[in-house]
Design a protein around this ligand. Structure first.
Ligand code: FAD
Ligand code: NAP
Length: 522
């Protein structure tokens, strides 16, 4: 279908996307009357490809996006971030209902069971509207050219074949993302084993008992949701949760608060263990996971009907290695410089395809960086440090150094922490903050955690760490402030204007100490 000269509404797009998800016909939006060569073809129209295209077009260039799916936006709104946020929001609501069961206006939740299948179906029934908007915005507002519902085959560094047609371009930007590689354990193919993508696409029964494999963001987020829904969940991880190499700057006090909180909610957390087999019930369904304690060597069988594999993703780089010979790293990630240039002239790579961190900011900014360089600007992207977050039933955000990292690098580290170090959690209903007020009044120990790490000599804040609700937004701006020349000092923080009650208390706590010439812990 050629839609180049048609104006399709958002509502019409929803119908078209649903229809094209079931067929292989390409959706073509290419300005055939424009005889200019493309400045760039973006292979993959996910976060990286779409934002890169938008920027390049805004700079006056000509681009083409090719995506195998009938929509732009990629895995985030289809199978990854957006459902993750829906599940985490459901987990938060359910958690509140459980703690407040029969209290105040809350109904009795003793036998509360939320249908995981229903929430997945809810997501699937709603996700096309976000896709529709991106198709509409990209065409009608951003003036982007694209071919959707058609996989791209790269022929060489200036040629891409799509739906039987070859397109020439000055530059290629590769942004085809990453995919789960299931661990090679016997039984991984059984019915009842899912990763984040197949969980959305294929779940067809109501899980009753779950084992999550993997102790990083996906494992914690989905495991917290399953448990909150009323499906008893065990998380199995080789290292302590949140201590995998893909997460950096995780503060130990914050980590302890989060993992203890998960345990309080009934999640069984088994660290230092690896899965060795998934057992079958003789009908091809999951019956149990056998795990091995990596230190003791002992084995344990965990009965379950549902296994959620959260062992991370590998870049989809094979095609480019074979056809273009691009250099890749140990885990298949395409190697790029700070301009997003690969080892092959005129070929750029972005997003999850270049390896961790696999986060939206890096994908989008990588696309923009490639676009700016293609359009003649010298522009570098440094993604070594960034603000980070995940969900349990809480929202957990952090930026900068953990306390342990700061103590290794600075002599005079000052800590501002709530609840203060050494004080039993149940004695202090703090931080009594927006989003945790109910908990603070009834269950003080559940009302969150915060920490600011300060260099007492320069008075610069080195790190912020937070468990609660509603503070994630602030971390985007705190990151920016910390990156200013000289960073941000405790005095400048104390001089900011808070909107009290705020979801985190960094400003007022910094103000309480800012008057001291010699800073001390708080
Ligand atoms: C469960 C989960 C939750 C997440 N939550 C968050 C979050 O909350 N916040 C956050 O910042 N990050 C999150 N992420 C990470 C985030 O989803 C990714 O970093 C981001 O989507 C990567 O964007 P991308 O453009 O590199 O790839 P993608 O968005 O995956 O896009 C790749 C595109 O390439 C297309 N493609 C593949 N092969 C071809 C081909 N041969 N021809 C044409 N097209 C092709 C695909 O159809 C796809 O549209 C999450 C990840 C997971 C797994
Ligand atoms: N921003 C968000 O909220 C968000 C949410 C979800 C995902 N994401 C991003 O998406 C990417 C994938 O996240 P992820 O949590 O799925 O993966 P991840 O961060 O790469 O962590 C993978 C986990 O699986 C374990 N693991 C790997 N291989 C294993 C095996 N063979 N057997 C047993 N355990 C194994 C790892 O343990 P070891 O440490 O022992 O290797 C680790 O605990 C990450 O880059 C992440 O940042 C972001």
């Amino acid at each position: 279908m050629d839609i180049t000269l048609t104006q399709t509404t958002n509502r019409q797009w929803v119908g078209l996307i649903e229809e094209y998800l079931q067929n292989d016909d390409p959706i073509i939006n290419v300005h055939r009357d424009d005889k200019r060569k493309f400045d760039a073809i973006f292979v993959g129209g996910g976060a990286g490809g779409r934002f890169g295209s938008g920027y390049l077009r805004a700079m006056g260039g000509r681009q083409l996006i090719v995506d195998r799916w009938p929509f732009l936006g990629g895995s985030c709104p289809h199978q990854a971030c957006v459902p993750h946020h829906l599940f985490s929001e459901a987990a938060r609501e359910l958690d509140l209902m459980r703690w407040f069961s029969g209290k105040l206006w809350f109904p009795d939740a003793t036998n509360l069971r939320a249908s995981i299948l229903q929430v997945v179906q809810l997501f699937k029934s709603g996700r096309s509207s976000a896709h529709a908007f991106m198709n509409w915005q990209s065409k009608e507002q951003l003036d982007l050219e694209y071919i959707l519902n058609a996989p791209a085959t790269v022929i060489d560094n200036h040629t891409v074949e799509v739906a039987g047609e070859r397109f020439q371009t000055d530059n290629l930007v590769l942004g085809t993302g990453a995919a789960t590689v299931l661990p090679a354990i016997p039984g991984i193919e059984l019915r009842g084993v899912y990763d984040y993508a197949t969980f959305i696409e294929n779940l067809d029964f109501e899980p009753q008992r779950c084992v999550v494999i993997g102790g990083s963001k996906t494992g914690i987020e989905y495991g917290s949701f399953f448990q909150a829904a009323g499906c008893p969940t065990t998380i199995v991880a080789r290292k302590p949760l949140m201590r995998t190499s893909s997460l950096h700057h995780v503060d130990e006090d914050l980590r302890t608060y989060v993992i203890d909180g998960m345990r309080k909610r009934g999640i069984q957390v088994l660290e230092g263990c690896e899965p060795v087999a998934i057992q079958d019930d003789d009908h091809g369904n999951v019956k149990a996971v056998v795990i091995r304690d990596m230190q003791a060597g002992s084995k344990q069988t965990l009965r379950c009907d549902f296994v959620f594999v959260a062992t991370g993703e590998r870049p989809r780089s094979e095609h480019y290695r074979e056809v273009l010979g691009v250099a890749v790293g140990e885990k298949g990630e395409i190697l790029v410089d700070k301009h997003m240039r690969t080892s092959v002239p005129n070929v750029y790579a972005i997003g999850d395809l270049i390896g961790p961190p696999m986060e939206m900011f890096k994908a989008r900014k990588g696309g923009v960086t490639a676009a700016r360089n293609i359009m003649g600007e010298e522009y570098e992207l440094d993604w070594t440090d960034y603000p980070d977050f995940l969900h349990s039933t809480y929202e957990i955000s952090w930026v900068g150094l953990s306390e342990e990292e700061a103590r290794q690098r600075y002599d005079n580290v000052v800590i501002i922490q709530m609840p203060p170090k050494g004080v039993p959690l149940a004695d202090v209903p703090l931080p009594c903050a927006e989003g945790t007020m109910l908990y603070a009044m009834v269950y003080p120990e559940l009302s969150g955690f915060l920490k600011a790490v300060v260099d007492g000599d320069s008075r610069r804040v080195l790190g912020f760490h937070h468990v609660g609700f509603g503070a994630k937004d602030a971390f985007q701006y705190l990151d920016h402030l910390m990156r200013q020349p000289g960073g941000i000092t405790i005095d400048e923080m104390g001089n900011m204007n808070e909107l009290f009650l705020n979801p985190e208390h960094f400003i007022q706590l910094c103000r309480l100490r800012a008057g001291s010439l010699n800073l001390r812990d708080l």
